[in-house]
Write a protein that binds this ligand. Structure first.
Ligand code: FO1
Length: 328
């Protein structure tokens, strides 16, 4: 079975561990978000790609959910001793090696896809990990505070400001001219099932969908498309997805996020009229937690099942439910 998943960081990576455990023989392609990427100290850092690679490759810090296991922060301490920040972005010593290799390859002219492939040679994540694009797309956030209205990098808003300052706009810079990385559109079009894990629907899944061609590929794929709500009982399971949803005027609820993605509403009898009427959505199926049973997403089948990924077995059960509603 060919499975394609659009994934962000920690929540997406945890879900993917369940996909690999539930479908050990599947060919899994992960299209990773690169809008969180940032350049610090001259190094290109790709948090969501690294989180998927480390989590599935066995190098992730279980405690943090990001960065490396058995990590130290000596270089970061030395930088701080020089008064060189930013202190709000934890750069681990082992993690730095990944950024050095990536930056060296990018500077030598390799596209990000080749860099990801090379890094995954070591980590063997068990999936084909593709960046959403090889072009530079960075999510910046427009805020207004005592220093006036300005845009800050997503990481600063997320880590230094803890998303506590309302985002007036969340902008995936240069997404409009980005091209899907090699293999991305085919991975969506040729899949047997497409999954939207419980990643941040705005800055992770939303950013991937902002790359021209990706949203249409999901809308038009013959594969069933099933999403998993990152919101349970009106609250984000982890991270601050609620702050992002508020920024785009979407209520923090499982139903509202499902409606935001939209049902695909495949007409029983394809017809021009039906197509014209069909919602311009992405989803055939939408998993919500049992506390959100009763959620309605026009054009999609909603299934209520426990969605807390408390351990691998729970995550496997969620994946199985996604496959059940996908009918695969
Ligand atoms: N998340 C934090 O909460 N604090 C950090 O200091 C931090 C550093 C960091 C370094 C490398 C990396 O790959 C990820 C890192 N993250 C950190 C997570 C990152 O900010 C988020 O995973 C995403 O960008 C948002 O999903």
């Amino acid at each position: 079975m060919r499975v394609t998943a659009l994934a962000g960081g920690i929540g997406g990576a945890r879900f993917l561990r369940g996909v690999l455990a539930a479908l050990p023989d599947a060919d899994v392609t992960v299209i990773g978000n690169t809008g969180d990427d940032i350049t610090l100290h001259g190094l290109r850092i790709c948090p969501d790609l690294d989180t998927v690679m480390y989590t599935l490759g066995g190098g992730i810090s279980a405690e943090r959910g990001w960065g490396r296991e058995d990590e130290s922060f000596v270089v970061a301490e030395e930088l701080a001793a020089y008064g060189v920040g930013p202190a709000w972005f934890g750069l681990g010593d082992r993690d730095l090696a990944t950024h050095l290799v990536r930056t060296e390859m990018l500077d030598a002219g390799y596209p990000l896809s080749d860099v990801v492939r090379a890094l995954c040679e070591r980590w063997q994540p068990g999936v084909r990990l593709l960046p959403m694009t090889d072009d530079r797309v960075e999510t910046h956030v427009v805020i207004a505070d005592d220093d006036g209205q300005r845009a800050v990098h997503f990481q600063e808003w997320w880590l230094r400001l803890r998303a506590a300052v309302p985002a007036q706009a969340i902008v995936p810079l240069r997404a409009e001219t980005a091209k899907p990385a090699p293999g991305v559109l085919d991975a969506i079009g040729e899949a047997d099932v497409v999954l939207l894990p419980p990643s941040n629907p705005v800055v992770s899944i939303g950013t991937i969908l902002a790359v021209p061609g990706v949203r249409d590929a999901v809308r038009e794929t013959a594969a069933p498309v099933v999403g998993v709500s990152p919101i349970i009982g009106g609250a984000a399971v982890r991270g601050m997805a609620d702050a992002c949803l508020t920024a785009i005027g979407v209520e923090t609820s499982a139903q509202a996020v499902g409606v935001h993605y939209g049902g695909r509403g495949r007409a029983a009898v394809p017809s021009a009229a039906a197509d014209a009427a069909a919602p311009a959505g992405l989803l055939d199926g939408w998993l919500v937690d049992t506390v959100d049973a009763g959620a309605v997403v026009p054009g999609a089948t909603v299934l209520a099942r426990p969605l807390l990924m408390t351990d691998l077995a729970a995550t496997v059960a969620i994946v199985r439910s996604a496959l059940e509603v996908a009918g695969v």
